[in-house]
Each structure stands twice: as structure tokens, then as C-alpha cells.
Design a protein around this ligand. Structure first.
Ligand SMILES: [Zn+2]
Length: 460
């Protein structure tokens, strides 16, 4: 939504806001579910049980087409891959250069193959705190949703079935909060959007009561929010009705064993994990046997050690076939994975993954709004340009320190205002926020960058 629409939305009553949310979704869904979507859906449904050999053949063909497309349509890849012999041969992938977030950030205009108005812009900062704007073609988006919907539909999900969605959109007004109403409903597609910005002990009761009344068949979105609700229910001896939720599909955050047990136990259902990213990584999807499979038809997954040699566990470097707008070729996504062994009898012959590491859930705490999860914190970069990286350190309950690495040429005080407003939207008006501009934000001993450093967890 633009800012004028946002103002109109804020002033409208609850039922009009529900209508606006519905209408907004109709428009967004039209883009996702038109064009090639139905063809892709049919294709992936029919291809659920391909042999590993067939999957690898498809992967090699898609790889070759994708590299050729990138060389002919992206100035950046023309320069870096154009003169490489056999660049299009997947067996030669190790001879191509590895890129990372910094490469994307500093070269995006020459990497893009389309204009912004031709595609769909993904404005998220990712979970590492670096700002990034990725362009997708409409066809890319349709294929990505078909892949995801095919995964979810194997557990009975389809659009139009009662779904509780925990997303990073802030849809509530002050009136809603006064009335303890932390959701908006799209009545056309039967999706109820629960706010992930108000996860506070004093509000959780209302979330849970409403979820029990709404009877969602599926729960999708930030697992950290569902986790807080479930823990509240467990602590207060509330029994969530059995046979309500058919499956939980978490997004964006790491699922620890504890999170899985709490969610599956409290909501009396199964959780099926997925791994993808806002930059457009290929998919890793969990099957009915609770095993993670690489989806070879969505890209190439390389697991590399420090010397860039193939390993069983290490950095995940991806080439993603559904990123025609901003091609990702040998992209170091900043996560670690460990490959699995053997095969799975679920019918899916894609290789197994033992574990996806990284993206550990962390949060900032505000007395006013409660826990603000990693996904919502990283979204504070929406509408902001010129922040290379930021990190939030919380050493006291009532204040936070925000370290910012800025790009002097782009960053302005106007962007700082937007950034501060985004922070306030999530953390409330009373918490102290100090923004400090620094040359460089240090990484951890492990080499990992942490977006949030919460040092007050034991006080909460
Ligand atoms: Zn399986």
C-alpha cells in the first residue's frame, strides 16, 4: 500500500479495513495465480514422484537455460560469465565465481535483467540486516507460488480454506489495540491475518481465544509468534481443541526442536517446514515423513567448506532457477546446512537434508508491544535506502541501541525518519531508541553476523 492508502486504511472502521485487506489480496493474488501459475501447478503435481536421475536431468537442462538467459540479459553476468567456456554445463559449475549479499547490493543495477515496473519488487532486508531490493518477473513469482502451493497441497491445503496467517504486515490501528483485537480478516479467501507486532503477555489471551473461535485449518507464518501463543496456552492450562488445525507451515525463521514440540503439542497437529528466502533461494521442503528434501527442480544447492570444496556440511551456495529478474548464480546465502544420507519412502526422490542451521530466532523486547521477532526487525528497512547493515543491542528493558553502517552517498535524514518510524511501529512510543552511526559492525566469533543482540532475556 502507498502512504495515502495507508492513511485512509488507518482511519477506516474495522469492517472496512477487513474489506480493504480482502481487496488488496484479490489484486496481489491475481498476479500470483494468473499467467503460468496453473501450468506450473499441474507440472509440479505430476512430477512429485520423479526418479533422482530424472530430477537431475531436469536440473541440468534448467541450469543451462538459466545461465544462458543470465549471460544474454544481465550486464553483470555477461561480464563475469560471458567468456567462461562451458559455463552452461552444470558439471562445470565450480568454475563460476561465487557471489554474496554484498555483491548483490553493490551491483544490483547491472545484475537486474528487467525494469522495476516490469516485475515484482521484494523489498525485504532479509534476516541479516542488510538492505536489498530483489526484482522478480511475474513468471518467477507464479512458479515460486506453484512450488510452495504444491508442497502445501500435499497436506490438503488450498487457498480458500480457513487459514490463520502470522505475517510481518502491520494492519492494526490504535482502536484495535484498545479493543484487544489483533487481527484482520480476508473474507474472500478466508485468511485471518494475526498481528506479529503485539506479542505481549497481556495480549496473548485474546489471540488464543480468537484462534479457538476462528478454527483455522492451517496456520502459516512466523513460528516465533505461534510459539508465544502456544506457550501462553500451556502455561495457563488452556486446551486447544483437537482435530482443528491440519498443518502448520512456518516461514522465515529457524525451527528448533523445542519450537516444533511446543507447536505440535499445543495445537495437536503436525508442522511441515520449508526453507526459501526473500532473495529467491531454491526450496528445501519437508515431507510427510518429516524429512527435508532439496527441490532440485528449483535450483542447484552446493554445500562448501572454507576452501570452497564440496562438503557434507558447510555454507549453502545456491543457483536459483526462479530468479530471472535478479539472477542468483552461485549465491552464498549466509546459511549453513548439513546434507542427509539415504533415501525416503515418501515418494519424493529429491536428496535429503539433515539440518538447516543459521537464522536462530531472536527478539527485541518492549514493555509496550512485547517481543519483536527477527523477521519484523529486519523489515524495519522497508522504504529505507542507504543502510548497509544494522544491529540492535538491548542491554536494558527500556532502551535499545541501534548501530547503523550507512552508505553516505544514499542515506539521508529523511530515510532515518522512515527507519525510526518503522522501529517505533514495532517497538512502541516509550522505549528509548538511540541510533549510532558506525564505520563497521563487528561479526561474532563464529563469523556470523547477528542482527539482534538481546542481553536482557533473563529479566523478561
Ligand atoms: Zn520424504
Amino acid at each position: 500500500m502507498g502512504s495515502l492508502q495507508e492513511k485512509i486504511y488507518e482511519k477506516s472502521p474495522h469492517f472496512i479495513q477487513n474489506l480493504i485487506v480482502s481487496a488488496y489480496n484479490v489484486l496481489a493474488y491475481k498476479k500470483r495465480y494468473s499467467g503460468k501459475y496453473a501450468d506450473f501447478m499441474k507440472y509440479y503435481k505430476a512430477n512429485r514422484n520423479l526418479s533422482l536421475e530424472e530430477l537431475k536431468k531436469i536440473q541440468a537442462k534448467k541450469y543451462s537455460e538459466f545461465i544462458e538467459y543470465a549471460i544474454s540479459n544481465s550486464n553483470y553476468y555477461k561480464k563475469t560469465l560471458g567468456d567462461l567456456s562451458k559455463a552452461k554445463d552444470i558439471s562445470n559449475i565450480q568454475s563460476l565465481p561465487i557471489i554474496n549479499k554484498e555483491t548483490l547490493r553493490s551491483n544490483y543495477s547491472s545484475i537486474y535483467t528487467i525494469r522495476k515496473d516490469e516485475g515484482i519488487v521484494s523489498k525485504t532486508g532479509g534476516t541479516t540486516g542488510k538492505s536489498l531490493e530483489v526484482l522478480y518477473t511475474h513468471k518467477d513469482v507464479q512458479e515460486r507460488f506453484a512450488l510452495l502451493d504444491n508442497f502445501r497441497s500435499s497436506f490438503g491445503y488450498e487457498l480458500g480454506k480457513n487459514t490463520a496467517w502470522f505475517s510481518g504486515k502491520n494492519l492494526l490501528s490504535n482502536r484495535d489495540i484498545k479493543k484487544n483485537r489483533f487481527w484482520k480478516t480476508d473474507y474472500i479467501y478466508k485468511v485471518r491475518y494475526y498481528s506479529t507486532f503485539h506479542i505481549h503477555g497481556k495480549y496473548l489471551k485474546y489471540y488464543l481465544e480468537n484462534l479457538i473461535a476462528y478454527k483455522p485449518l492451517y496456520m502459516v507464518g512466523f513460528p516465533s509468534t505461534m510459539y508465544e501463543i502456544a506457550k501462553y496456552g500451556l502455561a495457563h492450562g488452556i486446551d486447544f481443541p483437537a482435530n482443528t488445525v491440519k498443518a502448520i507451515f512456518p516461514t522465515a525463521e529457524t525451527i528448533t526442536q523445542d519450537i516444533r514440540e511446543v507447536l505440535e503439542g499445543f495445537f495437536k497437529t503436525n508442522l511441515y517446514n520449508q526453507y526459501a528466502s526473500s532473495e529467491g533461494a531454491p526450496f528445501i521442503l519437508e515431507c510427510e515423513n518429516k524429512k527435508l528434501h532439496l527441490e532440485l527442480q528449483s535450483g542447484v544447492f552446493e554445500v562448501l567448506d572454507e576452501k570452497n570444496q564440496q562438503a557434507k556440511a558447510g555454507r549453502l551456495v545456491v543457483t536459483s532457477f526462479n530468479t530471472h529478474g535478479t539472477p542468483l548464480i552461485r549465491y552464498d546465502i549466509g546459511d549453513q546446512i548439513e546434507l542427509g544420507e539415504g533415501t525416503c519412502d515418501c515418494g519424493n526422490n529429491n536428496p535429503l537434508v539433515k539440518e538447516v542451521l543459521g537464522r536462530i530466532s531472536d527478539y527485541i523486547y518492549s514493555e509496550e508491544t512485547g517481543k519483536i521477532n527477527l523477521g519484523n526487525v529486519s523489515n524495519c528497512l522497508k522504504g529505507v535506502k542507504g543502510i548497509i547493515k544494522f544491529q540492535i543491542i538491548q542491554d536494558a528493558i527500556n532502551e535499545i541501541l541501534v548501530l547503523v553502517e550507512k552508505d553516505e552517498k544514499v542515506y539521508t535524514s529523511e530515510y532515518e525518519k522512515v527507519f525510526l518510524k518503522n522501529l517505533r511501529d514495532r517497538m512502541g512510543q516509550t522505549i528509548g531508541i538511540e541510533i549510532q552511526h558506525v564505520e563497521e559492525i563487528p561479526v561474532e566469533k563464529s563469523g556470523k553476523f547477528r542482527l539482534i543482540k538481546n542481553n536482557v532475556k533473563e529479566k523478561i
